[in-house]
Write a protein of this length. Structure first.
Lengths: 213, 137
């Protein structure tokens, strides 16, 4: 089976949460998280870069359970600030200077669905920086929508366990941009290879990249 | 036994090194270094800290800019804010808190011991059990 065959086609079905919590945050299954965690646990004291808003329980999970050193770099907040200030044109350049981490110093990156909210230039700038900081054979986990949802919201991904994520939405000033094709995603992350790709019932594509050695 | 607790009020501004041997609550502004190695430091809702912080436990309800090192726990409560790196074996960050920086929960004194990660399991609760707040005097 070819690489593009393994990557998911587009679908337009409604999301299908497998459970609902008391707080009404839907919980969705995740296939790629376990593999991402496996890549981290193969390292001693792995370094993790989380591009989403800080989630206390995730910090506990990665820090206490997996022994990671975690860098929390909330790029969604940076994007939101640029949208509100009307400085999106400067966002690609901002991203090129945003990450203080040294080349090849990070073992794993949680990109979540950030790329979906970026224009092409910003996404390319971010991807190049992520490839730069990731060590050889390090892993990057990204989520990509298969369609462009109408609601304007970001999502916090809260780890329930290694196969389930709670999705907690919060208001944003920016909607997802056009859903990317698999080939465009792969080209964007030049220097990484697709290790695993899954299409979930909620129509989210999970792609696990590994940096080529 | 009654614990000694000191309160630095809203109008107080301190620049320099702050050392202590009792629990401390800061509601004012502090710039420099804070060392309470065996005690609890609470940054109150009005507290603004630009300092390197060393304490047994640090509870943040206000704003901290600087690195925070705690031998026991760092607890960033709702609306609390930390811009800096945290080193502590236990870290709790509440929903609604702001944090930017790194978190290193490696326990000191375990050098040489195996640090092989445990199998992944359900994460800890988002916030730890409430700790008693030191009362201001």
């Amino acid at each position: 089976m070819g690489l593009l065959d393994r990557l998911a086609p587009r679908r337009d079905a409604e999301p299908a949460p497998i459970a609902a919590t008391a707080a009404d945050d839907p919980v969705f299954a995740t296939k790629a998280l376990r593999k991402f965690l496996t890549s981290l646990t193969s390292r001693e004291a792995p370094v993790l870069l989380d591009l989403g808003p800080v989630v206390g329980s995730n910090v506990g999970f990665f820090g206490e359970t997996l022994g990671c050193k975690i860098f929390v770099e909330d790029i969604y907040a940076d994007l939101e600030r640029h949208v509100r200030e009307g400085t999106l044109d400067a966002f690609p350049e901002f991203l090129r200077k945003r990450f203080p981490q040294a080349d090849g110093s990070v073992d794993g990156i949680l990109c979540w669905d950030l790329i979906d909210y970026l224009d092409r230039a910003s996404a390319q700038a971010l991807a190049a920086e992520l490839v730069r900081v990731l060590r050889a054979d390090g892993a990057l986990l990204g989520f990509f929508a298969t369609a462009q949802p109408k609601e304007v919201r970001y999502t916090k991904y809260i780890i329930v366990d290694e196969v389930n994520l709670k999705h907690r939405t919060y208001p944003s000033s920016r909607a997802r941009q056009a859903a990317l094709l698999n080939r465009d995603i792969i080209r964007m992350f030049t220097g990484l290879r697709v290790s695993d790709s899954f299409l979930l019932q909620n129509n989210l594509r999970e792609i696990l990249f590994r940096k080529t050695v | 036994m009654e614990k000694d607790i000191v309160n630095i009020g809203k109008s107080v501004v301190i620049k320099g090194e702050l050392n202590g041997s009792e629990d401390l609550t800061i509601e004012g502004h502090v710039e420099g270094t804070i060392q309470l190695k065996e005690h609890v430091l609470t940054i109150g809702p009005n507290g603004k800290i630009k300092a390197q912080v060393f304490a047994k436990s640090v509870i943040v309800l206000g704003e901290v800019t600087g690195n925070v090192t705690a031998s026991d726990k760092v607890d960033i409560r709702d609306n609390g804010s930390v811009d800096g790196d945290i080193i502590s074996p236990r870290v709790a960050i509440a929903e609604g808190a702001h944090f930017r920086g790194s978190v290193d929960m490696q326990r000191k004194g375990t050098a040489g011991q195996s640090t092989a990660p445990k199998p992944a399991a359900a994460p800890q609760a988002a916030t730890a059990q409430p700790q008693p707040q030191p009362a201001a005097r």
